[in-house]
Design a protein around this ligand. Structure first.
Ligand SMILES: [Zn+2]
Length: 118
């Protein structure tokens, strides 16, 4: 269970296994940005990670208050921008995800719409 998750993500994580596990347990293995449930499936477990709300690259501290459970897609979207707060970061990530979803849906719906009108 948790140990598999941590073992799989250990290499990419700047926090120790024990520290990361504490954060994931505190957040119930759910991404704090999009809500993805890391316990729902193996695939979900694979993408769970721990995120620095204020990025390390911006001198974010390795402190539980600055760490959240996070899926890799949200982590990638969030990047190393500086945010005023966790809520600010969450809003950015969710807005960006929504934009990306719309763009993806647009490319996907078109062929079907064309077929329906033919
Ligand atoms: Zn997420």
């Amino acid at each position: 269970m948790p140990f598999h998750i941590m073992t799989l993500s250990r290499v990419a994580m700047p926090v120790s296994q024990a520290e990361g596990l504490k954060i994931l347990e505190r957040d119930q293995f759910c991404c704090r940005y999009c809500g993805l449930d890391g316990k729902a499936s193996f695939e979900n477990a694979l993408v769970m990670s721990v995120d620095f709300v204020q990025p390390r690259a911006r001198k974010g501290k390795k402190d539980p208050a600055n760490l959240v459970a996070c899926c890799r897609p949200c982590n990638t979207i969030k990047g190393t921008r500086v945010y005023k707060s966790f809520e600010d970061a969450k809003k950015y990530v969710l807005d960006r995800r929504e934009q990306m979803r719309r763009a993806w849906e647009a490319t996907r719906v078109r062929p079907a719409a064309r077929a329906a009108s033919a």
